[in-house]
Design a protein around this ligand. Structure first.
Ligand code: FE2
Length: 412
């Protein structure tokens, strides 16, 4: 007999039969396991799941008080394993909805920083293993994608914003993490089911695996590539697809790696595919890959302001699928968190949270006057509030002003 108990009653020694949430909500590979680690108990309590099914025959029983509280009158004791429909019914109520408040975003930003730190070393290990021709640990990959997906689910923009910040030394590793998060955010926006969302995330994480097969002197060159070097690098989608096939990856994941450099007008590589000839997941991969590349610090260029990247990419003809690009903008924002923007009041501000009503009216932090050309006391303004008359005129280039440390303004 399986017993459903609130997460607050869960104790070490209990055998977890099923976690009361969807795949995206918890970081565990296994659905059933004996709970022996305090850190696993803490992870379950933290991940937004409210209830779990335990199997008292295989682990510690709930106490008498807990049994009474979750007795038959509450319909909590299940005579048999819960059906998928029952789980689906519970999931929406059991899982906390992503909070819109700035406080929730700041908390998730802190978590996202820790996730990114750990993800960076895991991706580094994965690429090193691939370079040595070793098998890729798919369990580790799946866990990492789940952790990233859970963060995106809790607050869609936190990990996207943190993963964008990277040094050029970290680029190869953090770019994979960022594209994974962007793919998952897009998949949610497009209403994908869990399985397709998972494939989108894994494809994002693996899309540049073929770079592990590229010569290190070309891969790590601290400047623009020559035409010959660029031609070598253009073989990375084919190399990546081959490595993924050899590791038994899903055909969808292989396809993202193989075709994320194709363009809608047929001028991409390696197969010069056109329009619908490129799969939806690969078309998504192309958008997420370019956005993260242009908004990241590289050895040879400053990062683009995220809002400027959105505006520029929207103008490019023939590169991206327009409908998918619209979904991307909805998932990341026209003025993504961390964007420097100019206000009608002749002040500069950083976007610190998405708008609740409109993509055009985020919450910003004002810090510079264009009239006096001086910093002004920092002030937070919700541009969506009815009492606020100010508005964004457009993105502003941070390089023009030589600002340092403006990312602190949205991270804290
Ligand atoms: Fe690539």
């Amino acid at each position: 007999m399986k017993t459903r108990i609130p997460v607050t009653d869960l104790q070490l020694g209990m055998y977890i039969h099923k976690l009361g949430g969807s795949w995206l909500k918890h970081p565990f590979m296994r659905g059933s396991f004996l709970l022996t680690e305090a850190r696993d108990l803490a992870a379950i309590r933290e991940c937004g799941i409210n209830e779990v099914w335990i199997d008292p025959r295989l682990g510690q029983m709930p106490t008498a008080t807990q049994q009474a509280a979750s007795g038959p009158e509450g319909g909590q004791i299940l005579a048999a394993e819960p059906s998928p429909a029952a789980i689906a019914e519970i999931a929406p109520a059991a899982v906390a909805k992503p909070a819109d408040s700035r406080e929730a975003l700041v908390q998730e930003i802190e978590r996202a920083r820790r996730i990114c730190l750990s993800a960076k070393s895991q991706v580094k290990d994965m690429l090193q293993a691939a370079r040595l021709g070793k098998a890729i640990d798919s369990d580790t990959t799946q866990l990492l994608v789940r952790e990233i997906a859970a963060s995106v689910e809790r607050h869609p923009v936190a990990l996207l914003s943190v993963a964008r910040l990277k040094t050029h030394d970290d680029y190869t590793y953090m770019h994979s993490v960022a594209v994974c998060a962007l793919m998952i955010a897009m998949a949610r926006q497009l209403g994908f089911d869990e399985e397709r969302t998972r494939l989108a995330g894994i494809g994002g994480l693996m899309h540049d695996l073929g770079k592990a097969a590229m010569p290190l002197d070309v891969l790590n060159k601290p400047g623009k590539l020559t035409d010959a070097e660029f031609n070598v690098m253009r073989s990375h989608p084919l190399a990546g697809a081959e490595m993924l096939r050899a590791n038994g990856a899903s055909p969808d994941v292989v396809d993202i790696a193989l075709h994320h450099h194709e363009k809608i007008d047929g001028t991409g590589y390696p197969h010069k595919l056109k329009g619908d000839g490129i799969s939806e997941l690969a078309r998504m991969g192309a958008i997420c890959d370019v956005y993260d590349a242009v908004t990241s610090q590289r050895a040879y260029k400053e990062p683009w302001n995220p809002a400027a990247a959105m505006h520029q990419m929207a103008k490019w003809e023939g590169h991206f699928d327009k409908a998918l690009f619209n979904a991307f903008v909805k998932s990341v924002g026209i003025y993504p968190v961390g964007s420097l923007v100019k206000l009608a009041s002749q002040r500069l501000a950083i976007v610190i949270a998405p708008g609740t009503e409109s993509l055009l009216s985020p919450v910003v932090r004002v810090f510079f006057s264009l009239k006096s050309k001086e910093q002004i006391p920092v002030q937070t303004i919700d541009l969506g509030a009815s009492s606020v008359k100010d508005r964004i005129v457009g993105p502003e280039d941070p390089a023009k002003w030589g600002f340092r440390g403006i990312d602190e303004l949205w991270m804290k």
